[in-house]
Design a protein around this ligand. Structure first.
Ligand code: GTP
Ligand code: MG
Length: 202
């Protein structure tokens, strides 16, 4: 168990005040920080399906700026965060390697919205992701995961570069930081609106 996990409070049960739940899918290209975000913000021990990357990905998976990355998600991440006294989010993280994108079909079922993580050092990788989402019509927010050598881009720069609608929220975050990740989720939930949030069974 690492220090991040051992310091996590372990609320196994939902507070009795929780009335609504929402499934959120965190998507984005390879290595953008999806597993990191789900793990940092989750109040329960996150479920991870990491496998060590092999030579099969050499020349396919772009590891520039991710020199310390040795594993990749092969199925999904799962976490939970109680956002307010009455609302809980179930977080699903998608695998980012292109060859696993078919799994997104299943993972997205029941999701009320998507958080799209973006790495400005490799913005091109995000175009294909956004194309997929626009076909689906589900609400999404864009969270720019800030790396030390990312450079500074304004929301407007990001909006223009990714050709986003004026209504799509753009936030900047550090996926390693629980509070920062939480702010990204709050931006998404505000955008999704209360209408889509499910009543939890009594
Ligand atoms: N500096 C910095 N590093 C980060 C941040 N988020 C993630 N990392 C690092 O970047 C790498 C990628 O993180 P992952 O969370 O595995 O990315 P992923 O999107 O889940 O990757 P796949 O599942 O393989 O697509 C890891 O080595 C993280 O430690 C961040 O906000 N800042
Ligand atoms: Mg991952």
């Amino acid at each position: 168990m690492d220090s991040e996990e051992s310091s996590r409070p372990e609320p196994a049960y939902l507070p009795p005040t929780v009335e609504r739940s929402a499934k959120i899918l965190v998507v984005g290209p390879f290595g953008v920080g999806k597993t990191t975000l789900v793990g940092s913000v989750s109040e329960i021990e996150p479920l991870r399906t990491e496998e060590v990357m092999t030579q099969a990905g050499a020349g396919i998976d772009d590891l520039r700026g991710l020199e310390s990355k040795t594993t990749t998600t092969v199925a999904m991440d799962f976490g939970r965060i109680t956002l307010s006294d009455t609302l809980v989010l179930y977080l699903f993280g998608a695998p980012g390697q292109r060859r696993f994108w078919d799994l997104w079909e299943g993972l997205v079922v029941g999701a009320v919205g998507l958080l799209v993580l973006v790495d400005t050092r490799r913005l091109d990788d995000s175009f294909e992701v956004l194309d997929q989402l626009e076909e689906r019509g589900l609400p999404f927010a864009v969270a720019v995961n800030q790396f030390p050598d990312s450079g500074r881009f304004s929301d407007e720069d990001i909006r223009e570069a990714l050709d986003l609608l004026p209504t799509t929220p753009v936030v900047h975050c550090d996926a390693r930081d629980p509070q920062s990740s939480l702010q990204a989720l709050i931006a998404l939930v505000s955008h999704v609106g209360n209408r889509s949030l499910q009543e939890t069974p009594a």
